[in-house]
Design a protein around this ligand. Structure first.
Ligand SMILES: [Zn+2]
Ligand SMILES: [Zn+2]
Length: 169
């Protein structure tokens, strides 16, 4: 792999690499994605390690766009969780009609579960589109709870917010 640089790096020892963008700078770090050597100025620190600017921007745009399978998966998982969660809430509420303050936690738990399911379906992807899916799924599952007055609406909003914020970033 060092062959193409031999003309310039003949003097240096084998372990020393030179930045792909700045041939005069030596470095010991290479891109975790494409493997080309990068100097500190060219490094981008991401969740999966150090990358060159090109690979980092590729990864980011791919994440933003989202693959069809990720959308399909997140909708499927989100709807599944919202249906199950909705049935769970109805069961809990009918068992404890005066859950009162507890229902606050029930709705937060529901939002969290839906957000988690959507995140799982999205296979690590995030962003506004997935936030919308999570929020939409959470809201759909809570339609049967719409009769709960102002507090009910607040709790529904809370659950939707919890679900959506799981997919932010
Ligand atoms: Zn790279
Ligand atoms: Zn550089």
């Amino acid at each position: 792999m060092n062959e193409r640089m031999d003309g310039k790096s003949a003097v240096h020892d084998e372990s020393e690499l030179h930045c792909a963008n700045h041939p005069k700078r030596s470095t010991k770090v290479s891109c975790s994605s494409c493997g080309k050597p990068i100097c500190p100025e060219c490094m981008v620190f991401g969740p999966v390690g150090v990358k060159c600017r090109e690979c980092a921007s590729h990864a980011r745009s791919a994440t933003r766009a989202g693959k069809p399978s990720q959308f399909a998966g997140s909708v499927l998982y989100g709807l599944g969780a919202s249906v199950l969660g909705s049935m769970a809430i109805i069961a809990i509420m009918s068992a404890m009609p005066y859950a009162g303050f507890l229902s606050f936690f029930i709705y937060i738990g529901y939002g969290y579960a839906v957000g988690e399911a959507v995140a799982r379906g999205a296979k690590g992807n995030r962003g506004p589109a997935f936030m919308a899916i999570a929020g939409g799924c959470a809201a759909l599952g809570l339609i049967p709870m719409l009769g709960g007055g102002l507090f009910g609406l607040l709790f529904i909003g809370l659950a939707v917010w919890v679900a959506a914020s799981r997919l932010s970033g």
